[in-house]
Ligand binder design. Sequence first.
Ligand SMILES: *Cc1c(COP(=O)(O)O)cnc(C)c1O
Length: 303
Amino acid sequence: MLNNSSYTPIQTIETPLLAEKKVQLLLKRDDEIHPEISGNKWRKLKYNLLAAKAQQLDTLVTFGGAFSNHIAATAAAGKTFGFKTIGIIRGERIMPLNPTLALAERCGMNFHFVDRTTYRNADRFALAQQLCEQPFYFLPEGGTNALAREGCAEIVAEMRTQLVDLPDYVTVACGTGGTIAGIIEGLKEESKVIGFSALKGDFLKDEVAALLPTSYMNWQINTDYHFGGYAKWKSPLIDFINQFKQTQGVSLEPIYTAKMLYGIFDMIQNDHFSIGTSILAVHTGGLQGIRGFNQRFGNLIEV
Ligand SMILES: *Cc1c(COP(=O)(O)O)cnc(C)c1O
């Protein structure tokens, strides 16, 4: 179980801008990590699933919004590895279920829908206990905890064997900050790390610091490319996604990875990186979200 023997590929991105500015951009294709358990959510689940097995708990309970990649990944992992899964979902049940929840339901996930105020204010673990009768393994929203951080540190362990030299920068999109915390931990200050926040606000820096067992000086959170906030977007972002797909053959989703890559290209355009800089961007997957986005906004993203 859980022994995904092959590493996710590292792809070189080539564009006229990168050639002009003499910046090397690599993309670690964690979107290809598993056909159903996507990207960083697979990394974050791995050691948690092993812990659940070790504790002989056969039910996973977790939290998320109605379009959450973590909900989709947890449901798929449950189906693949034989766990029952319960998703406590923010907001009311809207029928028909959106593509994310429909997928989760097909994987066998059961739902409890919780109004937004309760969802925001409740003690999550206590709420889970109240809603679920059986013993369960608890996964926080977004899957972020210390074991998730350990799983994400393996992104760096793989890079070390795949690359002759570590890049100058490793970049990743951030929601709860669990993934970047693992990358920072894995890098031991050997590359600089930039996290691109998918959320508006400055709180992520403190949250990431709190997730790290010791303090590191080589990382920063960029908050310039959230496009108005979590799950907000503007048409230049959509144009970027479609163009990236056409020119590179790589799909990006609009909540996280597209904002990161848009930010990287914008920073390169503005000479933020000196000649010869190498950047490895982690493609954290989450492509299941495109269907729901297209359904809501009218097939803007070409698939
Ligand atoms: C959840 C998610 C992130 C954010 O990961 P965190 O560990 O919560 O910071 C980034 N990219 C994608 C595609 C995601 O689904």
